[in-house]
Design a binder for this molecule. Structure first.
Ligand code: GLN
Length: 532
């Protein structure tokens, strides 16, 4: 039976519960334990797939095609846990299932209620996620902040689980904020006391308090938090702001967090070992031998979370090349207004990420034209591939009005279009081409050089595809179709002859990059940028 760590958050949102959970996972894995992680999201959407990036940030996609919360990205980057649709539980999903069961008559005439039916559904979901894998520890992060109305059923479910599992089998970790009041020159513990008080009212007693803080926490402050929050002083773990998220596991190790968890959960395991992580990831992040500036041209540039996995994968590509990544974030609408040269001059590589809808598309196409004509390394992801195809068709093949059918009705040269099977779909949720698909890679291409293998699997999230009617003409003008999905010959990767590095893919490689093992395409993109 796996053991459970329940992670809740108090005082404010955006405290880094996801990074905290992922870091605990990393530390436990370094002790030889097998971990899994679950994110519970109290919103009523069934999944974040239908949400605007401004609302939610990036939608992270798993191998099995689930559209999930971006914290699952942190979990997969920090640990080796294999995550599926079962690892993200939302209120929407829970109610959907309960209401479907009710319609089928599964509740045998009973009144269906939040307790026990909704809470049981949450509990079943949490236990199901570990599945048949031999997991030692499941880390369950509850999204939102303690005190939110919509989070209550989740908190009640973990309260019951802790009770049912028993002391050695489940612990609660509460992540809070210890604000620093500048004018008073001191940190304040009161919000944490209140937050723990609120938790206690609903029957949850934290075993460990992780304190996000910008200033160090003195012994006195720690003792005070311990006293008022009913934990040992050693269970008050400071989480001081760090420059890079990948330092967090090392900070927690120094504070003895994993040691304490091991003791509380009575786990038998070896000592922790983060030597590789420290010697490669952290050392290269802190003392890189060079620096390279890459432009990311998107339309959700003001929001840090919208392209989370892409920024991280770029950093990983930097680590792999022992170089510091400087990211110039450019709003594609600025390119429409000011021109590509003004916005992009001086960068060593240009990346166009995925996206939906026509806003900003012409700016992206201009950025790609600038990369192609000036021989600047270009990396296109999903919409970034579709836009590269449109640009090439228009400006290199003379198909002046080429476009994607996503952006207009009567398009003369629909170089990107919907597959027949997508044309009749009305529902928006979970109906795109989602998850891992096979891709065959052509030898003697940049893609092959990067992957060094002929068959790969990458994750997708899109509706539109390259239109194979235009393959011959684009090929004739120098486009190489280097990756193909065997069923229906769907184009997965395109590149350009006679360009130092111009590679664009229909899938999202950013979801499979890890700090210790940068994704091959990101690695080679940064390498090409450095060569420039
Ligand atoms: N909007 C495009 C499509 O649906 C691209 C999607 C994406 O970039 N994720 O095909």
């Amino acid at each position: 039976m796996p053991k459970y760590i329940f992670v809740t958050g108090g005082v404010v949102s955006s405290l880094g519960k996801g990074i905290t959970s992922a870091s605990i996972g990393k530390l436990l894995e370094s002790r030889g334990l097998k971990v899994s992680l679950i994110k519970c999201d109290p919103y009523i959407n069934v999944d974040p797939g239908t949400m605007n990036p401004y609302q939610h940030g990036e939608v992270y996609v798993t191998d099995d095609g689930a559209e999930t919360d971006l914290d699952l990205g942190h979990y997969e980057r920090f640990t080796n846990a294999v995550l599926t649709k079962d690892n993200n539980i939302t209120t929407g999903k829970v109610y959907y299932s309960v209401i479907s069961k009710e319609r089928k008559g599964d509740y045998l005439g009973k009144t269906v209620q939040i307790i026990p039916h909704i809470t049981d559904e949450i509990k079943d979901g949490i236990e199901k996620a570990a599945g048949n894998q031999k997991i030692d520890v499941v880390i369950v992060e509850i999204g939102g902040t303690v005190g939110d109305i919509e989070g209550l059923p989740f908190l009640e479910a973990i309260r019951q689980l802790r009770l049912e599992k028993g002391k050695d089998y489940a612990i609660n970790i509460h992540v809070t904020l210890i604000p620093y009041i500048k004018s008073a020159g001191e940190i304040k513990t009161k919000p944490t006391q209140h937050s723990v008080g609120t938790l206690r009212e609903i029957g949850i007693i934290p075993d460990i308090i992780v304190c996000r803080t910008e200033r160090p926490i003195s012994k006195e402050a720690k003792d005070k938090i311990a006293l008022f929050c009913n934990v040992d002083s050693e269970a008050v773990i400071p989480a001081i702001d760090v420059e890079n998220i990948y330092e967090v596991p090392v900070c927690f190790k120094k504070e003895g967090l994993d040691k304490l968890i091991i003791r509380l959960l009575n786990l038998k395991c070896k000592d922790n070992d983060l030597a590789d992580w420290e010697n490669t990831v952290l050392k290269r992040l802190k003392q890189p031998s060079s620096a390279v500036e890459i432009a990311v041209v998107g339309k959700y540039i003001t929001l840090q979370d919208a392209y989370k996995s892409i920024y991280e994968a770029l950093v990983h590509g930097g680590i792999a090349n022992d170089t510091k990544l400087i990211i110039r974030k450019i709003d594609s609408e600025d390119i429409e207004k000011c021109g590509a040269k003004k916005c992009l001059e001086g960068v060593y590589g240009i990346l166009v990420p995925g996206g939906f809808g026509s806003r900003g598309i012409e700016g992206k196409i201009k950025a790609i034209q600038y990369a192609r004509e000036n021989k600047i390394p270009y990396f296109g992801l999903c919409l970034g591939m579709q836009a590269a195809v449109i640009e090439f068709a228009r400006n290199a093949c003379g198909l002046r009005s080429a476009n994607s059918t996503e952006f207009g009705r009567k398009i003369k040269y629909p170089v990107i279009s919907l597959l027949e099977e997508q044309k009749h779909i009305d529902d928006k949720g979970a109906t795109m081409r989602l998850g891992a698909y096979k891709c065959m890679i052509k030898k003697d291409t940049k893609a092959y050089k990067a992957y060094k293998k002929a068959v790969i699997y990458e994750r997708h999230r899109h509706r539109y595809e390259f239109n194979n009617k235009y393959k011959d003409i684009l090929e004739k003008h120098g486009m190489v179709f280097s990756g193909i999905h065997p069923k229906g010959s769907l184009v997965e990767i395109v590149e350009l002859k006679g360009h130092p590095w111009f590679v664009a893919c229909q899938f999202h490689p950013e979801f499979k990059s890890k700090p210790e093992k940068g994704h091959p395409l990101f690695k080679d993109f940064i390498k090409a940028a450095l060569a420039k």
